[in-house]
Design a protein around this ligand. Structure first.
Ligand code: MG
Length: 257
């Protein structure tokens, strides 16, 4: 009986370990989902599904907050001629993406991504064009939504809003938030509680030592938006953790996937 219980315990242990390690590690982050090759709308559920189908390590998407505090997925503040920050969610439903999808909510996007456990969800919350307070609220609400859906295992955050990033970290100190703007050194990010950086590749071409500095500090390193294979190779040679690209098919080939 004891041997049976022991083997059952081992079985559960190996199952839970395999569940933890099921996320892909190939450095490839699809920027706004994988949309370009198949002409899918950026930030659509369809582009998320394609990034998952390709086997990307992560699929990135952009989050804005409507006037009535619904978090929705779109790159720009403008959605089909409507200003997301000044419109209600209900009003946004009057427009459709070119493939017939409505604008996804953050909840819908997370639920879609959580149907699998191979591709991570790289959640960019956008700085408000109205106020710093709204930027902070978007960061806070994004984290609370992820907590509500218990999506923490899937989600890592990125943001250009330093204040919003700090708010997200304060809301959940375990939230993995990387900073996008490129005006902070790895040491400053570590001090502020960020998880890593996600900087434009031109900044990292000027300051390539930041990649190694970040690694020494235990920060993750990512770069956007890298579509040129030569720049991809430069970053791979520097052993960057992730590369965010509109060309995930190209980068997948380069990393041998
Ligand atoms: Mg983005």
């Amino acid at each position: 009986m004891q041997a049976f219980l022991f083997s059952m315990a081992l079985c559960f242990l190996s199952l839970s370990l395999s569940a933890q390690s099921s996320f892909i590690q190939n450095k490839v982050i699809a920027h706004r989902g994988a949309w370009k090759k198949n002409e899918l709308p950026q930030n659509s559920i369809a582009s998320l599904r394609e990034a998952i189908r390709l086997g990307c390590e992560g699929s990135e998407f952009d989050v804005w907050m409507t006037a009535d505090e619904v978090l929705v997925i779109n790159h720009d503040v403008d959605f089909q001629g409507l200003d997301i920050e000044h419109e209600t969610y209900e009003t946004l439903l009057s427009k459709k993406l070119p493939n017939g999808e409505k604008i996804p909510t953050l909840e819908e996007y997370l639920r879609e991504g959580m149907k699998q456990k191979k591709t991570k969800l790289i959640l960019e919350f956008k700085p408000s064009e109205i106020s710093t307070e709204r930027s902070e609220r978007v960061g806070e609400l994004a984290v609370l939504t992820v907590q509500k859906l218990q999506a923490q295992d899937w989600v890592e955050y990125i943001t250009f809003s330093y204040e919003g990033g700090l708010k997200a970290i304060a809301t959940d100190p375990t939230a993995k938030v990387a900073y996008l703007t490129g005006d902070k050194s790895p040491a400053e990010l570590k001090e502020a509680g960020f998880y890593g950086f996600d900087y434009n590749f031109r900044i990292l071409q000027l300051k390539p030592n930041w990649i190694e500095e970040a690694r020494q500090l235990g920060l993750t390193t990512n770069s956007w938006t890298v579509n040129d294979p030569e720049v991809m190779q430069f970053l791979l040679d520097k052993k960057i953790d992730f590369i965010t690209t509109d060309e995930p098919e190209t980068l997948l080939k380069m990393v041998g996937k």
